[in-house]
Design a protein around this ligand. Structure first.
Ligand code: AMP
Length: 193
């Protein structure tokens, strides 16, 4: 299996690049943010719970997020591999993902990180908020909170994969196509190694 964690702060371009990568490599795309938003739309119990955190720019608790992600992985027993987009966001989530994949005799192949500086992230998120209708992209205070949470809780997850020699950083500023090529180069190098 080819299992990729697409990593980076809010607004780094994970969603855009995931869409392109799943086409190229025939992978299943699991975006925890998208799944939460679908639950909010469907007014499920999970959606109501998740909304209370998302609206404040906070992370949904680990236990809830890990259970949801595990269920989604198990819904795809024949997948060639997964792109995990927006997960793991904490060290506990990273450890849970390793345990889950190990139970399937699999593992993470690579963490690809989109590197974008903070001012550019804020600019992109406010721009996206105008089109997407996402409330959490429209309020500068919520955007700042999400970036702060990323720096405090999510950025350290990088070390988890660095220690396993699986971390690769890619410049996330520039043309979408050029960034996509850089990501594919990393994946192909890993697949051929
Ligand atoms: P995203 O679409 O990835 O920007 O996620 C939107 C929001 O969903 C985040 O700000 C969090 O509140 C929540 N969320 C998404 N993924 C996770 C996760 N792995 N752990 C906790 N909360 C998450």
């Amino acid at each position: 299996m080819l299992n990729i964690v697409l990593f980076g702060p809010p607004g780094a371009g994970k969603g855009t690049q995931s869409t392109k990568l799943i086409d190229r490599y025939s992978l299943v795309h699991l975006s925890t943010g998208d799944i939460f938003r679908a639950n909010i739309k469907g007014q499920t119990e999970l959606g109501v719970l998740a909304k209370s955190f998302i609206d404040q720019g906070q992370l949904v608790p680990d236990e809830v997020t890990i259970n949801m992600l595990s269920a989604e992985v198990k819904k795809n027993p024949n997948a060639k591999g997964f792109i995990f987009d927006g997960f793991p966001r904490t060290s506990a989530q990273a450890a849970a993902l390793d345990a889950l994949l190990e139970s399937m005799n699999s593992s993470i192949s690579l963490m690809l990180a989109l590197e974008v500086e903070e001012e550019e992230l804020k600019r992109r998120l406010l721009l996206r908020g105008k089109d997407s209708g996402r409330a959490d992209d429209q309020d500068p205070a919520v955007i700042q909170k999400r970036i702060d949470v990323y720096n405090a809780e999510t950025f350290p997850v990088r070390d988890y994969y660095l220690a396993q020699n699986k971390y690769k950083g890619v410049n996330g500023i520039g043309e979408v196509e050029a960034i996509f090529t850089a990501l594919c180069d990393q994946i192909d190098a890993k697949a051929n190694s």
